[in-house]
Design a protein around this ligand. Structure first.
Ligand code: ASP
Length: 342
């Protein structure tokens, strides 16, 4: 007989655990016990489910580096006692949290599945019930006795994605997440079909390493027609700024006028790392394709290739906290450290 799997369910907040406040008519986070009350089958589920709850539960807009480290530490604390983790999280910043966790957890050998919902769990037609149950099943799934998906993932509607490849793109429908540049790691229908070739399995028997530091002296700059040199100048002069994720057009293009390039060059010469990611959600930055991209490369801008903005921002926060060696940082920013780049 097979041993029962043990899953740690970490509840951080978000719509999945919201209820309607009759006084204000607004959705407010409820305590985890209310989720269990709404879903008594959770307690009867075949895997043994342990729970940890953020107190108070929060809307995911409130989540940032401090809570990412708390989540990583919770994974570390329970790592040897459970088979997998399911993190209930608001959808708004889930792609950032899943990306951050992927960097904070090195040599991960167990599934860490983020999920949430578009409708609160107690409501008719809620997607929370399916998302939660399938996430638990995936976190408990084994192949040849080992975890089927030992990665930080996002599960939503019927697809399991690598967390650091996801973006929330839909406010309205149940398929809230996309991973345009990497295939799903699993699809749930009548059966759960795992895409084993796309999953990263750990080599050897390396021990989980949990990082506890992130440096958030990072900013996102979205280029738009009409952007001014004055804006760029004051943006790059932000006190303490160490890195910028620059969202450019198409394959990594931006204006080539000296009013633009000179501001970029000045920032690079002050030691600010600038990483070029595309405003398009599918495809990759290729700074050799057009003159406009090449000018950025010559100015010292690094390619973010096919990384999402969410992965780029959290990866830089992670790397800046690990080293201040500029050469090493440039190499690491440009290489895939957790499958976030093709
Ligand atoms: N505002 C909510 C949150 O991200 C939305 C959700 O959970 O879907 O916490």
């Amino acid at each position: 007989m097979q041993n029962r799997s043990t899953i740690l369910l970490i509840y951080t907040g978000g719509t999945i655990g919201m209820e309607l406040n009759p006084g204000t008519g607004k959705l407010t986070p409820v305590n985890f016990e209310n989720i269990s009350r709404e879903m008594p089958e959770l307690m009867r589920f075949d895997p043994d489910i342990k729970t940890v709850s953020f107190s108070p539960p929060v809307d995911s807009s409130e989540i940032g580096p401090e809570m990412w480290v708390r989540l990583a530490e919770t994974v570390e604390e329970y790592y040897d006692r459970v088979d997998g983790f399911v993190i209930l999280h608001g959808t708004d910043t889930m792609a950032y949290s899943a990306s951050a966790l992927s960097f904070l957890l090195e040599n991960l050998g167990k599934p860490v599945i983020f999920t949430g919902s578009q409708l609160p769990i107690g409501m008719l037609r809620t997607d929370g019930r399916e998302n939660l149950i399938t996430s638990i099943e995936i976190a408990a799934a084994k192949i040849n006795g080992a975890p089927a998906v030992p990665e930080v993932c996002v599960f939503f509607q019927n697809k399991l994605f690598r967390g650091n490849r996801t973006t929330k793109y839909n406010v309205e429908y149940f398929n809230a997440f996309r991973s345009e540049n990497y295939p799903p790691l699993a699809e749930a229908g009548i059966n759960i079909e795992f895409n084993y070739h796309a999953v990263n399995y750990p080599y050897g028997d390396k021990k989980l390493k949990v990082y506890r530091e992130l440096d958030n002296n990072v900013a996102i700059l979205k280029i738009f027609p009409g952007i001014t040199g004055k804006l760029l100048s004051s943006f790059f002069s932000t006190d303490g700024l160490k890195a910028v994720v620059m969202e450019t057009y198409g394959a990594g293009n931006a204006p080539t006028g000296s009013w633009f390039i000179s501001e970029v060059e000045k920032a690079v010469s002050r030691g600010i790392f600038i990483l070029n990611v595309s405003q398009c959600t599918t495809g990759s930055v290729d700074m050799n394709k057009y003159t406009t991209g090449r000018r950025l490369q010559e100015a010292g801008v690094l390619s973010g290739y096919d990384m999402t903005t969410e992965a780029a921002v959290t990866k830089i926060m992670f790397l800046l906290a690990q080293t201040s060696n500029a050469k090493e940082l440039r190499t690491l920013i440009n290489s895939s450290i957790r499958g976030e780049i093709k």
